[in-house]
Design a protein around this ligand. Structure first.
Ligand SMILES: [Zn+2]
Length: 218
């Protein structure tokens, strides 16, 4: 089986585990857009290779070697995204798709060089933490804007998967690191209002707010 396929499975399992979800065959199938049967076959292979613990119909989880392999792919993905934005001047809305491909082909040597050129960054352009060379992923406790109470927040992460949302944020000029005051003038309609320090106001719905992550400013 192709390395890229294995890497995508390991990454999907890590993604579910990190999101505090129990990885199941059904959820992995959903994440990767494949049939549950295909996932089951792959889970047996990954288990045979010692990358995951898998008991059919009971559960599955990454073993330490599987987790390390998944984190290496995530490190490549995020460093590539940052390199494409910072060095190659691509827009943050167009780098995820490129990174999805490149993450499977660039060598460790090249990724380490990117890391060095970028000054050993801790976060990618979307605010996701970059796993270290030692395989450590900085812990984060982020809250989705959609579930936040009214108050003052800093935008710290935006999902990299929705390029339309990233373009929309570009259009509004909203950036990672910006502080905003969150108001909920119409909670029933699922509308949020962000008051900016610059004086402007941005309106958005719960769907967009699901993909924007904040930390409270106390
Ligand atoms: Zn990405």
């Amino acid at each position: 089986m192709a390395t890229s396929t294995v890497e995508n499975y390991l990454k999907a399992i890590l993604h579910l585990q990190e999101g505090d979800e129990v990885p199941t065959v059904g959820r992995i199938a959903e994440e990767l857009g494949v049939t549950p049967g295909t996932v089951t076959t792959m889970m047996r292979n990954l288990s045979d290779e010692g990358l995951i613990d898998y008991i059919p119909r009971k559960g599955l989880k990454l073993r330490s070697s599987g987790r390390a392999a998944a984190l290496r792919v995530v490190r490549r993905h995020r460093l590539i995204e940052l390199f494409l934005v910072e060095v190659m001047k691509l827009d943050w809305s167009e780098v995820h798709e490129e990174a999805e491909i490149l993450e499977h082909v660039v060598s460790t040597r090249l990724v380490d060089r990117m890391d060095e050129m970028l000054g050993h960054p801790t976060h990618d352009p979307h605010g996701d933490p970059i796993p270290g060379k030692d395989g450590k992923l900085p812990a984060t406790s982020l809250q989705a804007l959609s579930s936040a109470e009214p108050g003052e927040y800093r935008i710290v992460r935006v999902s990299d998967e929705d390029s339309n949302l990233l373009e929309w944020l570009d259009g509004k000029g909203l950036q990672i690191g910006e502080s905003v005051m969150l108001l909920r003038p119409d909670a029933v309609a699922g509308m949020l209002e962000l008051k900016r320090r610059s004086g402007g106001t941005v309106h958005l719905g719960d769907a967009a707010a699901d993909s924007i992550f904040v930390e409270i400013i106390s």
